[in-house]
Design a protein around this ligand. Structure first.
Ligand code: 57M
Length: 358
């Protein structure tokens, strides 16, 4: 909105030319979302408490979690609201990619909201797994198909370290990108099991993809780095900035000991948005490195459940996802959380370096 209202004034007052710059609008999208989350956080926490929207704790988890019973959840509503308002304020809304990512964020957030609401309202297990997965796949396929048929959008994928290998998957790209989007959503969901454990790496991922989006949308920089030039993705840097700002604001209240959890409404929307951005910026495979903490958490579950089944009840980890394994090994919760953040930062630096190592 602000871009469309104020930039045209640059014809009369040169100062307003500053609103043309993505860098400027990204910084202020981050600040705006951060302020919204900071300011509305306490109100939302009180509101959720008054509505008794408190987290039930499973008996079979780490004993240290039992004290978390009743912590307000569904804090993802705060993240989504902050991001969407800030993006609508600061992004160039004529760029369709902005709407794709907002749709992914809200669409996956709605699925998570339904799941949280059913879990909390009648103590059920939430939306049946198949129904939830089906809805996630439907949204992901819809977005992937629109992207595939968008004139000029490439159905090739980028292989890290290899600048000349750009395999064109044709319509198969629709299924790969849907898999990435749904996989990212569920990986963040599984990771969100300790205070700040999901939002920290998510913050790192959005800040990394802020760079990738800016580079991919700039013909000079993408040419220099020899990465795919995707006109218009620069505006996704504004969205990533808003998401990072909202994440910092949310982390203020979700940091240990958490006053609020994000709920599936938060974890699914964060992951859905991240997966969609990875596809649009043509850095699909690189997400496995940038989001390596999410990948590690997901594979710990796959291996644990798989081995549990084939070995008639034996476990690889003390408990999956792997953050619980370290808790049961005696690591304090904050130590697990901060060490996973550190791993996330290292992986992001490695991922950024691959843009030069090609
Ligand atoms: C998502 N949800 C947290 C909170 C958050 C197949 C199996 C691995 C599935 C998995 C599962 O249920 N995953 C669901 C993880 C839950 O957090 C809520 O869920 C939202 C995110 N989706 O926003 O609303 C609990 O996590 C803790 N938490 C915090 N701080 C936060 O900021 O402490 C969350 C956010 C909250 C709170 O305790 O209640 C979760 O863990 O359920 N299942 C598991 O992860 C379970 N693992 C398990 O069953 N392992 C078995 C299997 C694999 C064979 C094994 O290893 O033997 C663990 N989760 C729970 N109890 N709650 C362990 C048992």
């Amino acid at each position: 909105m602000i871009y469309h209202l104020l930039y045209p004034l640059h014809a009369s007052y040169s100062f307003f030319n500053v609103f043309r710059y993505i860098t400027f609008r990204t910084i202020y999208a981050m600040i705006t979302a951060m302020i919204i989350a900071f300011v509305l956080g306490p109100w939302l926490i009180r509101k959720l408490q008054s509505l008794q929207i408190g987290q039930p704790i499973r008996e079979d988890g780490p004993n240290s979690h039992l004290s978390k019973k009743g912590t307000p959840t569904m804090g993802g509503i705060l993240i989504i609201f902050s991001v969407v308002v800030s993006t609508l304020l600061w992004a160039n809304l004529t760029v369709d990619y902005v709407w794709f990512v907002v749709l992914a964020t809200v669409g996956f957030g709605l699925i998570g909201f339904m799941d949280d609401y059913r879990k909390l309202s009648n103590g059920s297990k939430g939306v049946p797994g198949r129904v939830r997965l089906g809805a996630e796949i439907a949204i992901a396929l819809f977005l992937s198909a629109i992207l595939y048929f968008k004139p000029g959008f490439s159905s090739s994928i980028t292989i890290p370290f290899f600048k000349t290998i750009l395999p064109d998957l044709g319509w198969g790209y629709i299924f790969l990108s849907a898999f990435i989007i749904v996989g990212a959503a569920n990986a963040v969901n599984l990771t969100d099991g300790l205070d700040g454990l999901a939002i920290g790496p998510a913050l790192v991922c959005f800040l990394t993809y802020l760079l990738f989006a800016y580079f991919a949308g700039n013909s000079r920089i993408s040419g220099y780095l020899q990465i795919p030039y995707v006109p218009g993705t620069g505006e996704l840097a504004v969205f990533c900035g808003a998401m990072a700002g909202a994440g910092i604001g949310f982390l203020w209240y979700n940091s240990y000991p958490a006053q609020i959890f994000m709920g599936d409404v938060g974890s699914l929307s964060l992951g859905g948005a991240l997966g969609t951005i990875a596809v649009i910026t043509k850095q699909e495979i690189l997400l496995a490195i940038v989001g390596g903490v999410f990948v590690m958490e997901t594979f710990s579950v796959i291996f644990q459940v798989g081995w549990f089944k084939v070995s008639n009840g034996k476990r690889i980890f003390r408990m999956a996802p792997i953050h619980h394994h370290f808790e049961l090994k005696g690591w304090a919760e904050p130590k697990v959380i901060v060490r996973f953040w550190i791993i996330s930062i290292i992986l992001a630096l490695v991922a950024i370096s691959t843009l030069k190592l090609r």
